[in-house]
Design a protein around this ligand. Structure first.
Ligand SMILES: [Zn+2]
Length: 266
């Protein structure tokens, strides 16, 4: 039996839902990733990492079609970016999970590949939890990199070296889809001026949460140092992330959803 949700027929999905697999929904975006990476970078990483993990835990998980577009008004000064407004994105992503809950699935995991999707996917997942008896959550793939692997593989300056189209994303693409990477166009650019309370780095988030139009501080669309990237770094990182994602899916699969209790009546 396939692990791909959309290759089932409806009677097969009815049977699959009874087994209570975890529904994994990759979430990416279509946006500029500097002159050396494709617009598809974030949906490639979310989609391929999700698929590598789901394959290992099937039939305890099903892979949903990727949500390709995301929230990225802040990259619209660069050609190619497609931006979906926040409320539309929340509603759209929530309704994927809400539909799954109506068919009897009770564990829904959004796997995110695009930093700016995070606040919206969190609300989408909470809508699913609030409006159904299913449990939904989101995880961004880079948050599954063990600290030790992060320190061993990434050598970019801190903070600012690991942000966007950087050593991390470029390494992962060099491993997953080297045919789409043009390292001859990779340049270091760390134009965002960090402050004491604000910086851009995926390794440690800054106290101030913010985002602004990227053309204000980046000429190439890069924030970080992709010249330090390698396929070998990408392999080590992807393997560690997939291992953790497998662990997370298994934990969700086993987790009991406790009943609600209405305390209005004594
Ligand atoms: Zn990205």
């Amino acid at each position: 039996m396939t692990y791909l949700y959309h290759e089932h027929s409806w009677p097969q999905i009815r049977e699959a839902a009874a087994r209570k697999p975890v529904c994994v929904i990759p979430c990416g975006t279509v946006e500029q990733h500097g002159p050396h990476l494709p617009l598809s970078t974030d949906f490639i990483t979310a989609g391929m990492i999700s698929e590598l993990a789901v394959k290992q835990v099937a039939p305890d998980a099903l892979l949903l079609p990727t949500i390709y577009y995301g929230f990225n008004e802040h990259h619209m000064d660069f050609p190619g970016t497609v931006a979906i407004p926040g409320p539309t994105y929340i509603d759209y992503a929530a309704h994927v999970g809400l539909s799954l809950a109506r068919h009897g699935f009770d564990k829904i995991l959004y796997v995110n590949g695009h930093g700016s999707n995070r606040p919206f996917l969190e609300i989408a997942a909470r809508e699913v939890c609030n409006r159904t008896d299913a449990f939904a959550g989101l995880v961004s793939w880079w948050s599954l990199i063990p600290r030790e692997v992060m320190e061993r593989t990434l050598t970019s300056e801190m903070p600012g070296g690991v942000s966007h189209a950087c050593e991390l994303e470029t390494s992962v693409l060099l491993y997953l889809r080297p045919d789409l990477v043009d390292m001859s166009k990779a340049v270091k650019e760390t134009g965002f001026r960090p402050g004491r309370y604000m910086w851009r780095d995926l390794r440690v988030s800054s106290p101030l949460v913010f985002n602004e139009q990227w053309s204000r501080f980046s000429r190439t669309g890069i924030q970080g140092d992709p010249t330090l990237a390698s396929a070998e770094k990408g392999r080590v990182i992807v393997e560690a992330v997939v291992e953790n994602l497998v662990g997370l899916i298994r934990e969700l699969r086993e987790r009991e959803i406790l009943p609600r209790v209405d305390h209005h009546q004594p």
